[in-house]
Design a protein around this ligand. Sequence first.
Ligand code: ZN
Ligand code: ZN
Length: 428
Amino acid sequence: MTLLLKGGRVIDPSRNIDHEGDLLIENGKIARLAREIPKKGCPAGTEILNLKGMIVVPGLIDMHTHLREPGFEYRETIASGSAAAVAGGFSTIACMPNTDPVNDTRSVTEFIRRKAAECGLANVHPIAAISLKSEGAQLSEFWDLKDAGAVGFSDDGKPVMNAGLMRRALEYASSLGMPVIAHCEDRNLSAGGVMHEGTTATELGLAVIPGIAEDVMVARDLLLAEYTGAALHIAHVSTAGSVRLIREAKARGVRVSAETAPHYFILTDEAVRGFDTSTKVYPPLRSAEDVAAIREGLADGTIDVIASDHAPHARTDKEVEFDYAASGLTGLETSLALSLRLVWDGVLTLPALIEKMTLRPAAVLGIPKGTLADTADADVTVIDLSREWLVDRAHLTSRGKNTPFHGWTLKGKAVLTLVGGTVKFRDL
Ligand SMILES: [Zn+2]
Ligand SMILES: [Zn+2]
């Protein structure tokens, strides 16, 4: 099958490309990008899509999602999560190991890959647990998990409280050329908390998770990465303190990369005032000063990646008192449009944003994605920047309807998602 994407603005940060052009796709691979590819130069039967006015980018990558299968299929399955991914413009996702059973063994990693291949939507890369059952006591079998197809290690959802274990995880992962993805939180400072420490929490009378609970652990993990020389990736950065620490570590040459999620640069803890449990996320929504620092960190390159931290929950998990509600929001289908606000607000150029959603996460995970270079897999996302759309939880593809953005009108939308040259989502 041959497809010619014609006349779009092609942005490929892997080669500093940003111009109008035609992209030819043959047999699942990128065949050619040129200012103009005439139809007569294409094989017979080539399908032509006129994309004048559209943005054509490498397939978006979300390196931090929760697919919930095995174990919590009522929240999300690999199939429903993959469908939500391509609907959000993501051709590739990496899924966290906090399923039941936890992805701490070859059989779970292989199960996820097999299920993902069967549903045939997005590319799904499992991230395996650092410790058995993510209990923080004993390292999982890193080599075996890598061999089964894992692309990184994380106990996401829980911090690794034991610094000795984290040191060994960094050393072991580094010897395999794999990243450790850290959920940074000191439980001694955060235990029992449900929202950010500040005046809003005092007024609402809710127990707090102070920003320092994140900062302390970021500082520890940066020191361990510096000491071991290993590659560390810091998940969902939410505080000004973390941004400062990561910036300083990068300046010293520490091998660290970092991600944040849209809700940490769009919302503040003020959003919790209505006690809408979809604003209960982990780490919590922070102060306006933290949001400003996150935006600065994105602009100056301290924060490399934007990930959704897609955390779908069932109604029964969320339709309870705030204190008892599960943490997390459903993010795959709103991540792109929310991230585009950084462009509308002048924080990032469009190519810089696309880089944080394609090339950078591919580099962190060490996967050959995030490029439109010749012979690359034809994973392509087409974006309509002018499309305005209403976020309606009833219309989300994900099983998780827990979004604090319900009722918001957002600008910019993925209208076509190709994975391996095949159309997996189309709204053109
Ligand atoms: Zn986490
Ligand atoms: Zn997470």
